[in-house]
Design a protein around this ligand. Structure first.
Ligand code: NDP
Length: 336
């Protein structure tokens, strides 16, 4: 029998409770042994509620305990400092998105993981969904022909429970760029099989985010091969469904309701105006993220989204933010 991977959670968060703890437990080769949260009473209560044996209020105490890997899901500004400390302590790291709030920090994490021979992954879970794997396949197999243009729409009404730091605290990385743009960037890189190299963007505030923090973004971008991409992202759209459209010379693919945490949604192909649904066997993305990470710790394969992948999506989100701030088209350095 495989030795179990012992996971420690840094951040007593909702995503860990709803998706990651169940995913770690669904894998037969991993277990949750510890959790860290900054408030002692709250983290102890969280540990009891989720049946986690050890609770710590200090990150260093968790890192000194017998854990092999850490999953970091506290607020965005804590991701990089915690990841760097964990890698320095010899722990494998699965980091939440955004993997860091600066390119420099993300590069330091990638370098450290490589120097120490540790696994670094980022939880861009959309790559693990069968819907997006199917879209990537349609592109790679040439079913759509040469792509002419792409549109992605990640518009939701952010639930009240998810507001707070995410809509109000610039220091904690609030706003659409670090929440939705990083996911879209990673998904586009995955589905298209190439990176975005230039972006222009505008933002607006529709009263969901605090003053000075965007809740809606519209961007246009161009990939390495010259493909044009339109991006719309919002915390303020009550009546929309998320979507991804890939328009090629042989067919267009329309994917709807596919950019959420739960698996689901539809894909159809349009050829000469007739729509044909494509069957997708949906399955929860998070166990795939954990399964691949557990395997990569044992030297079998790699995380679904590596540190380098996370760095690329972070660069694009930061470039989009810079484009919106300056009103300029911003080039994305895809090399380092
Ligand atoms: P939460 O707001 O649930 O938790 C984030 C942190 O906020 C916690 O770690 C905790 O900090 C603090 N916190 C939470 N609730 C309380 C409370 N009641 N009282 C005091 N402090 C509290 O965040 P989410 O689960 O929504 O997001 C966490 C991270 O995961 C983010 O970086 C986000 O971007 C990412 N995420 C990723 C998703 C994905 O599918 N990949 C989906 C959703 C989120 P501390 O532990 O330090 O005490």
């Amino acid at each position: 029998m495989k030795k179990k991977v012992k996971w420690g959670l840094i951040g007593a968060s909702r995503i860990a409770a709803e998706w990651i703890i169940p995913a770690i437990r669904e894998a037969t080769d991993s277990e949750v042994v510890a959790v860290q949260g900054s408030d002692k009473d709250r983290v102890e209560k969280y540990a009891r509620a989720h049946g986690i044996p050890l609770a710590f209020s200090s990150v260093d105490d968790l890192l000194a305990s017998d854990v092999d890997a850490v999953y970091i899901s506290n607020t965005n500004e804590k991701h990089a400092p915690c990841a760097i400390r964990a890698l320095q302590a010899g722990k494998h790291v699965l980091d939440e998105k955004p993997m860091a709030m600066s390119v420099k920090d993300a590069q330091a994490m990638v370098g450290l993981a490589s120097d120490k021979g540790l696994v670094l992954g980022v939880n861009h879970h959309l790559r693990s969904m069968n819907s997006h794997r199917k879209l990537r396949e349609l592109v790679a197999d040439g079913v759509l022909g040469d792509l002419v243009a792409v549109r992605i729409m990640f518009g939701v009404l952010l639930p009240q429970a998810n507001r707070g730091w995410r809509t109000e605290s610039a220091d904690a990385g609030a706003g659409v760029f670090f929440d939705l743009s990083v996911h879209d960037a990673d998904l586009l890189h995955f589905v298209l099989g190439e990176k975005i190299t230039q972006i222009a963007a505008f933002t607006s505030n529709n009263g969901i985010s605090a003053q000075g923090i965007e809740d809606t973004v519209a961007a246009i971008a161009r990939t390495e091969s010259g493909l044009l991409v339109q991006i719309t992202e919002s915390f303020a759209m009550q009546h929309a469904k998320t979507s991804l459209e890939l328009h090629g010379t042989k067919a267009s693919a329309f994917a709807e309701d596919v950019l959420l945490q739960r698996a689901g949604g539809t894909i159809s192909l349009s050829i000469d105006g007739s729509r044909v649904p494509i069957a997708i066997e949906h399955s929860n993305a998070y166990p795939r993220v954990i399964g691949a990470f557990n395997d990569s710790i044992r030297g079998e394969g790699r995380p679904v989204v590596t540190g380098e992948d996370g760095l690329a999506s972070l660069k694009l989100a930061i470039a989009a933010r810079e484009a919106a701030r300056t009103g300029q088209v911003v080039a994305v350095d895809t090399m380092r």
